[in-house]
Design a protein around this ligand. Structure first.
Ligand code: HEC
Length: 215
């Protein structure tokens, strides 16, 4: 049961259907073809795991237009389709009204370390986190991190703290598909998982010269 809930939470957070079968299909296409499951069975199974979820969670089971394309091509979209996804997703990015992209890196550090939110065991007081360390290395002092995404150490420093690069990072965190179509990275702002303030704080973690990421 725990695995089911975890899968459901991952689907909700990433907005992408990540099932063992999909992983198989990527690594061993021939084997996967032989044991491909009926999509209708998978859909019904997923819906059943969301039985007691609130309506806004239920609504997320239905993939949006971009995700449908990603699913149809198993994330390997032709470049014309990828361009359409990037344009569509870029239009969803809301930039801060005050024009300031960098918040407080100390808060950003807490958010990057926080893996809560989007889980059935959470309650209304749970503050959603970015869980960045699940996929990225950030500050060198932290030895526990995932490697699905590239290392982000010295991220701002390597980019000479260029404001255009900070804007690109804000875009990436707000809506990863606005930068890379069918990215495995969650669409934190577009899916209203993190607030604008939280995203600014994380951008500061990457781009503030005082941030441990740049030390
Ligand atoms: C589920 C895994 C996952 C999580 C969680 C995740 N990312 Fe990513 N991220 C990726 C992957 C994979 C890539 C590379 C492919 C791509 O660009 O989409 C990436 C790319 C990036 C990039 C662009 C790197 C470059 O090449 O310049 C930035 C910046 C980034 N992530 C920041 C973050 C931050 C900050 C968080 C936490 C709020 C986060 N990511 C959470 C998977 C993840």
């Amino acid at each position: 049961m725990k695995t089911i809930l975890k899968t459901a939470a991952l689907v909700l957070v990433a907005g992408t259907i990540v099932l063992p079968l999909t992983a198989d299909a990527q690594t061993a296409p021939k084997q996967a073809a032989a044991k491909q499951a009926d999509p209708a069975v998978i859909d019904a199974y997923l819906k059943s795991t969301f039985g007691k979820a609130p309506p806004e969670w239920q609504a997320r089971i239905e993939p949006d237009e971009s995700l449908k394309t990603c699913n149809n091509f198993r994330n390997d979209v032709p470049s014309a389709e990828a361009d359409k996804i990037v344009q569509r997703e870029l239009a969803k990015v809301v930039f801060p009204a005050d024009g300031k992209l960098l918040g407080d890196w100390k808060e950003g550090k807490k958010i990057a370390n926080n893996g809560r939110g989007g889980q059935f065991s959470d309650n209304e007081k749970t503050v959603n986190g970015g869980n960045c360390y699940a996929c990225h290395q950030l500050e060198l002092a932290e030895v526990s991190y995932g490697t699905l995404g590239p290392s982000l150490t010295s991220y701002g420093k390597d980019r000479k703290f260029d404001p255009a690069e900070a804007k690109q990072a804000y875009t990436k965190i707000y809506n990863s598909h606005a930068v890379v179509a069918c990215s495995n990275m969650p669409r934190f702002g577009a899916n209203k998982f993190l607030t604008e303030k939280q995203i600014k704080d994380i951008v500061a973690l990457l781009f503030d010269p005082e941030s441990p990421v740049n030390k």
